[in-house]
Design a protein around this ligand. Sequence first.
Ligand SMILES: Nc1nc2c(ncn2[C@@H]2O[C@H](COP(=O)(O)OP(=O)(O)O)[C@@H](O)[C@H]2O)c(=O)[nH]1
Ligand SMILES: [Mg+2]
Length: 399
Amino acid sequence: MNIKKFQANTETEAMILAKEEMGKDAIVMNIKTISPKGIYKFFRKPVVEITAAVDDTPVELKEVSQSEPLIKPRKILNPDIIYDDPIDTEFGINRFDNSEEPSAIEQKLNNLQTLLEKQLIAKEAEEVNSQKVSEKNNSFSCIQLIYNQLINNEVDEVYANQIMSEIDGTLKRDASIDKILASVYQKIVLKLGQAKSIDLSSKHPKFVFFIGPTGVGKTTTIAKIASLYKIEKNAKIAFLTADTYRIAAVDQLRTYANILGMPVDVIYTVEDMKKAQDTYKDYDIVFVDTAGRSHRNLEQRDDIEKLLNSVPDGNKEIYLVLSITTKYKDLIKMTEVYSDITKYNLIFTKLDETCSLGNIFNIRMLTNAPLSYVTYGQNVPDDIEKIDAQSIAKKLLRG
Ligand SMILES: Nc1nc2c(ncn2[C@@H]2O[C@H](COP(=O)(O)OP(=O)(O)O)[C@@H](O)[C@H]2O)c(=O)[nH]1
Ligand SMILES: [Mg+2]
C-alpha cells in the first residue's frame, strides 16, 4: 500500500498529480482545503490537498490479507474518540449537515414559520389592495406555500399534492401555521419511514449485495459501511467483487480491503459464489460489489439476477445504490429495472452535490423500498450516515 498527499489549486489538478505519480489506479482517500495561517493568509490562496492511495501488492486474487490494517478506521459517530492514523485527522469538508443541535433545527423551523407568516401577510395585503376578495383563508394559503416549498425541493407534484390533500382533510380550515407545518412534517417523516441497516441478529453470514449503475459510488459506499461495522460491531467481514469488467474496479476494492484488513475474492461465475459461501461461512458479513450494468441490457440483467439468486434469501440483503444527482426520470427507469429482478433497500450517494433532496422522498414513495444510508462525500469512512427521516423532512420543508 502506497499512500501520498498532493497539493494543488484545485481537486482535479491534485488528482492529475496523484495519477501521474502513482498511476491511474490511485484512489482518493481524503480531500481537504488548506487555508494559509497567520500572516500567510494575506499572501497565499487556499490549496486543495488530496490523500491518494494505491495498492502495490501483486495481483493475486485469492490471497487473503490477515495483517494489521495499515489505517485504523476512525469512528465518526463519536467525535470524542481520536484514532491514530497516518492520514489526516481533519476529515470533514462538505459534510451532509446533520450535526445541528435540536435547538438549531427548531430555530430553522421557526425561521421558516416567520417567513411563511410574512409571505402570508404580504399576500393578504396584495389581495386587499387589488380588491380581489379571496375566498381562500389563511390555512389554505399556508398549505399553498408549504406545497411550493416541497416543489422547490424537487418533490414530485403528485406526492406533494398527496401530502397536502391529506393535511387539508385532517386539519381545520383555520388551523395555525405551526399546526399545519407540524402536521406536514409528521406526514413526511412517517412516509420516509425507519432507516434499514444490515440485520446481524438473524442468519450468518449475511451476503450484502450492492447493485446499481456505474459510478454512483457502490465500491466507495461498501468501504464506508464495512468500516462502520468493523468499528461499531467488531464484525468479521469479507469482500467479494463480481465487477470483473474493469481491472481497476477489482483493484479499488482490494485497496480498501487491504486498508481494513479484510479478505477479498473475485467472483466470475455462480459456482465461485457458491464456493465463497463455504469459504466465508464463519463470517458475519460478506459485502458483494457488482458491476454497474446497463439497465437496458437484458443479458447483463440476467447475470445479476443469477448472482443474487445463488444465495438463499435468509442469508442476503440487497442495497440499490443511486446518486441523488441523477435525473428523476432516469432514477424512475433504474428502479423499475431493478424492481423487476429483486427487492432492495435504498442508498443515496452524493448528497454533497445538491441542495434538493426531493428525489429521496420521490423514490421512496415510488418503490416503497426501505431507505438505509446516505453518503455525502468521497472520504472513507467518514462521509456516510444512516438516513434520518426527521433531518430529511426538515430539509424538504426548508427554503
Ligand atoms: N461527491 C461525492 N462523490 C462520491 C460519493 N461517493 C462516491 N463518490 C465518488 O464517485 C466516484 C465513483 O465511485 P465508485 O465507488 O467507484 O462507484 P461505483 O462505480 O458505483 O463503484 C468516485 O470518484 C468516488 O470517490 C459521494 O457521496 N459524494
Ligand atoms: Mg465499483
